[in-house]
Write a protein that binds this ligand. Sequence first.
Ligand SMILES: Cc1cc2nc3c(=O)[nH]c(=O)nc-3n(C[C@H](O)[C@H](O)[C@H](O)COP(=O)(O)O)c2cc1C
Length: 219
Amino acid sequence: MTESVGTAESTSEPTLSVYDAIRRRRDVRAEFTGKPIAEDVLRRILGAGHCAPSVGNTQPWDFIVVRDTGTLADFADHVAGARSRFAESLPEDQKKTFDPIKIEGIRESGMGVVVTYDRSRGGEHILGRHTIDDTGLFSAVLAIQNLWLAAAAENVGVGWVSFYDESYLAELLGIPDPVRPIAWLCVGNVTEFQQVPDLERFGWRGRRPLADAIHLEKF
Ligand SMILES: Cc1cc2nc3c(=O)[nH]c(=O)nc-3n(C[C@H](O)[C@H](O)[C@H](O)COP(=O)(O)O)c2cc1C
């Protein structure tokens, strides 16, 4: 990242507990203000992503900061197509539930951070990936979770968009083979964080009780 990435005034690092950040974090779609986030805030958020653990210490992620309005518009149009196709695939009752649900804030956030995964980083012999190839991808996803929690601590919203064809996004952003775009994250200032996830509020799907997720000794 060589050029300036924000115009708003800088702020000092927040001192929220990790539990508070976990509780505040939401997938944000409708609450973006469009006001740019400060450069040092963006740096801290990306820095948190870059602190993630990774298999063989490969650090297989990169972060592409996208603010060009033409690129945001192109991607938003592409995502709208993917959303329509998903809606058409649904049975009538699920389609009705899905209709009012917003699945992205690409234009409104004013910024996308595209996280990529480079499987070739670190060469052929990746310590720890020889048995489970997915651990490379897991590592890049951990960078996203770090970034997401740091953003919540900074009062910055993040919305993960996955309604896209990988090859389209790779071409749009000039991502070379074998690097894969694994997430488009809408990142920006927000009016508020919802208390309840959108998919729960709109009746799509709620959170499972913790007790159902905990197993003792065997699955
Ligand atoms: C891998 C992944 C892909 C996602 N893709 C989308 C998406 O395309 N559009 C969207 O609105 N939310 C997307 N989400 C957000 C989830 O819908 C959201 O995390 C979930 O409903 C729980 O809400 P919360 O994050 O606010 O707790 C995605 C989340 C993950 C982890």
